[in-house]
Ligand binder design. Structure first.
Ligand code: FA5
Length: 342
């Protein structure tokens, strides 16, 4: 190659850069001016240039390097401008999650009872037949068990505790709490847990939550139960809300009641109220602890008495919000359009 060819090789870099299709300044800078770039390659030709041609070769190298530099700087400025952020554009709103409405309700319910000395506990949600039925005055093969729509776990039965079931109610915590406290009242427990039944329709889910209150001490009467229910109604649903108990039948309480509270939308009058109809809403069961249940927990029913109640959290919550939710299964559907309302 002649000296003239070498000079052409240098200036050819500018033509090559102009013909590039990519406009990424950083990629081009590496390709042309990088440590192993084309400029370095062309510079190394100096060893083949004649001694008379070296000066011109050096001058051409300087000229081309300056041109390459300025072209690459121009490209880099252009791309910075294109990337620059328009601060006047509205920002993208960050999606914020929140606590599930039923978890919010559980927290609120627990706090209300904790204020009057109830102790929040949790007992197994998969438990022995003994705690779910037998210790609650429902002996094996008793027809009362049929009402509970139970899911049985396919495992070998325990010789004393019987089969394993998904808890149908939080009442399984009653005798467990008596045992935990070594059969020594006073007991003031609030047990909140998941419960399960073979039911699925607009007002029933296979998995739902209950909260169970249990108080055992000397001299506990229905008045204490009623006072506690009124206290909860006032604090959860709002001032002026009253509770009402109606005779019912549970094997583990005697006497037993169904619990209603006055409708806080119409103030309990029921007049032209589309939310209630009668002025009252039913929320759960309650009663005075049956002597056989106290005995199962090692407590002498001649000395101690107690009351218990068990309500569904989903129902308690929807009524508070004045919500006529057509289908409570929506709470567990994972449907964000529904859940984001709470
Ligand atoms: C009981 O579960 C009793 N253990 C309550 C009790 C406790 C009585 C202590 C006496 C002493 P019941 O089956 O009625 O009772 O259920 C209570 C509440 O749970 C119902 O009023 C309802 O609010 C809720 N519930 C019951 N089944 C379902 C279900 N499948 N889906 C949603 N909520 C339910």
């Amino acid at each position: 190659m002649s000296d003239q060819d070498h000079l052409h090789a240098i200036s050819g870099l500018i033509t090559a850069l102009q013909a590039e299709t990519t406009t990424d300044a950083e990629t081009l800078r590496i390709k042309y001016l990088g440590k192993n770039g084309l400029f370095k390659e062309v510079s190394s030709l100096i060893k083949h240039v004649s001694s008379e041609g070296k000066k011109a070769f050096g001058q051409e190298l300087n000229r081309v390097k300056q041109q390459l530099e300025s072209k690459l700087t121009e490209l880099s400025n252009q791309s910075k401008q294109q990337q620059s952020i328009d601060l006047s554009l509205p920002g993208e709103r960050q999606k914020m999650g929140h606590i599930h409405p039923i978890s919010q309700a559980i927290e609120e319910i627990s706090q209300i009872f904790e204020k009057i000395g109830f102790n929040r506990v949790r007992y197994p949600e998969v438990d022995y037949d003994y705690y779910v039925f037998e210790a609650l005055n429902m002996p094996k093969n008793h027809p009362a068990r049929d009402e509970w729509e139970t899911f049985f776990v396919d495992t070998e039965a325990h010789p004393k505790m019987g089969k394993v079931v998904l808890t149908t109610h939080t009442s399984n915590g009653q005798v467990r709490e008596m045992e935990r406290l070594h059969s020594k009242p006073p007991i003031r427990m609030i047990n909140v847990a998941r419960t399960y039944r073979r039911q699925s329709d607009a007002t029933h889910t296979q998995m739902f939550h209950q909260f169970e209150g249990l108080v055992v001490d000397k001299g506990i009467t229905i008045q204490n139960l009623k006072g506690t229910l009124d206290y909860f109604a006032e604090h959860f649903y709002g001032p002026g809300t009253k509770s009402r108990i109606r005779p019912f039948h549970f094997k583990f309480t005697e006497p037993s009641f169904e619990v209603d509270f006055s409708c806080h939308i119409c103030g309990g009058t029921g007049k032209n109220c589309r939310f209630c109809k009668s002025g009252w809403h039913e929320v759960g069961g309650a009663g005075m602890v049956h002597p056989n249940v106290l005995k199962a927990g090692g407590i002498d029913p001649e000395i101690y008495t107690g009351f218990a109640f068990g309500w569904g959290v989903e129902r308690t919550y929807t009524l508070k919000k004045g919500l006529n939710i057509d289908d409570i299964r929506l709470f567990y559907s994972g449907n964000l359009e529904f859940l984001e309302q709470f």
